[in-house]
Design a protein around this ligand. Sequence first.
Ligand SMILES: NC(=O)c1ccc[n+]([C@@H]2O[C@H](COP(=O)([O-])OP(=O)(O)OC[C@H]3O[C@@H](n4cnc5c(N)ncnc54)[C@H](OP(=O)(O)O)[C@@H]3O)[C@@H](O)[C@H]2O)c1
Length: 263
Amino acid sequence: MSGYALITGASGGLGLALAEALARRGHKLILVARQREALESVACELSQRFGVEALFRVCDLSQPMQVSGLIQELEQGERRIDLLVNNAGIGSAGLFTELDWGREQQLIELNVLALARLCHAIGQGMVAQGGGQILNVASLAAFQPGPLMSNYFASKAYVLSLSEGLRNELAPHGVKVSVLCPGPVATGFFRNAAIRSSGLERQQLLASPEEIALIAVRGLDKNRAIIIPGWRNRLVPPLLRLAPRALVRRIAMRMIRPLLPRE
Ligand SMILES: NC(=O)c1ccc[n+]([C@@H]2O[C@H](COP(=O)([O-])OP(=O)(O)OC[C@H]3O[C@@H](n4cnc5c(N)ncnc54)[C@H](OP(=O)(O)O)[C@@H]3O)[C@@H](O)[C@H]2O)c1
């Protein structure tokens, strides 16, 4: 592999599993997240296990100045990026008007703005170099509104729509764009967002991050537009298109309510 794969949110969860799946295939890595120690140990482990170069950059992607710094460093460096994986993301749940605005803004800065800026800056580089591939991580949540997780669902709808648009814009320039839309995955996501996942665990609805990463990498090989792991999950978008929107909203709220922490 000549260029690097840059993966955001690679210090744990799905990002770590994606980094491992890519290292296994010989990709050189640039890992981005906030926790230095976790990044350092992931980079060290992956380079030892798979014999690939693994660099890391500490960056809080919810801070626009830090995103600018990262982009500037990438532009000034010599490293060609062949694959951008915009994976970092956070969730939140509760009555929107009662949620802490700081956290909601952080969610938009990270899930929406940082992702768009990296697509813009690194996408520009890929167009100039005549090719590349982008994988944006959305969610099954991208296909519908999610009352009591409204901001999160809306952020993922943006990721899905941006990715589909960019796919057709950038294809003539040799840049392939895919979007990954997983259902629930067993990561720190729920704990970090104060979402109760015990019901999902009981019903065995949580996929493993390694399984999702493998499906994602295979989807990239096939240049799939929208990668939805799991046949049950793949039924969701067509069903949502058929169902009346008011019903979709009511069912979504009923499913999300048990995920909220008890008062
Ligand atoms: N888990 C699910 O059920 C699920 C389902 C569908 C889609 N997704 C999506 O999958 C993606 C990965 O989530 P996950 O499940 O792996 O969650 P996770 O276990 O909480 O991991 C999130 C990753 O993002 C990084 N991150 C968080 N805030 C950041 C910030 N401000 N700047 C830079 N990095 C930041 C974290 O690292 P640091 O703490 O070191 O910064 C961590 O590496 C997200 O986009 C999520 O929306 C998850």
